[in-house]
Design a protein around this ligand. Sequence first.
Ligand SMILES: Cc1cc2nc3c(=O)[nH]c(=O)nc-3n(C[C@H](O)[C@H](O)[C@H](O)COP(=O)(O)O)c2cc1C
Length: 338
Amino acid sequence: MDGVTDAAMRYMVAKYGHPDYLFTEFVSVDALHHATGERRERLLKTFVKARDVGHWLQSSDHSPIISQGSELREIAQIFGHNIEYFKEAAELIESLGFDGIDINMGCPMHKVEDQGSGAGLIRTPEIAKEIVLAVKSATKLPVSVKTRIGVDRDIAEEWMEQLMEVKPAFISLHGRTLRQLYSGSADWEAIGRAARVVHKHGGIIFGNGDVESIVDAQAKAAKYGVDGILIGRSAEGNPGIFSELQSSEHSLTQGSELWVQRQIQRLIEHAQVFEKIFKPQIEKEGDYRWFMPMRKHLAWYCKGFEGAVEMRAKLMLTNSVSEVEQIVSSLRDFLPQV
Ligand SMILES: Cc1cc2nc3c(=O)[nH]c(=O)nc-3n(C[C@H](O)[C@H](O)[C@H](O)COP(=O)(O)O)c2cc1C
């Protein structure tokens, strides 16, 4: 998720959630082609893998994230509409050691879809299919597609028929149209109908949209016949969501002392990891812009307990891990026994 699933967030999810798949934020193939210097360096940070973060951190206090025999597959997501740039991006992603390449055909942002990229590709299935084939020809990695059920109405069944002609490794389907953006609710009946089409062709489909917990995910997978579930927003401030059932921490009740303690420990760890990855080697005096993307994560951890509102307001003004740590310790007396 753009602006959310950076390498620090994916590290936290890999460590505490143990999902089967992890997707990067989407990256523009045009930007990858044109960017140079600092801009390119920033773009390439999007493609830092969670397991590489884990290796860097092994020498510090953090425990390794990936247990032996882990099945975690890290997928790089790209978007655009220029076939040659897609091929270049595919070669780059393969050289970086990813486990798969996902093509975004679901982004509804005007500046993306208006150029015929993201969900705009639903309007031009021939170009969409050409892109999948071009990426497949440029890499040995599995090539998948993330998309929506239509542009202004549900056309998921015919859209799946089209996509299955080029046999993506799997399709992730968000149950909203482009026009809906994120409003209303995801249409899981449409996802269920799409799943039947994909399965008829021997394909794999993951459903997505408004899933709130692992229990909800399992119920939806069974009811609508999908092969897996993607969870987005419910993982914000909750990186363990993917493994609640397996985890002994599952029994922690939201708002309980142990739960609050865990949230705050994770908030601090997340900020520490973020700082390790994104703090510039030479920090310009008074320039804390690099820390700004971390603030929303701090807010997401700070919900559902007494004192959370006050803590959130203070954390929203922080510019570094040490400031985060200071605030947490200054509020200790007000929090439930942290
Ligand atoms: C801030 C934000 C950024 C997103 N960025 C991406 C993205 O880069 N790639 C993508 O495939 N989907 C992206 N999405 C869509 C989500 O992956 C997901 O399809 C959508 O939020 C519905 O799932 P959820 O209800 O589990 O969040 C984004 C969503 C949000 C809210």
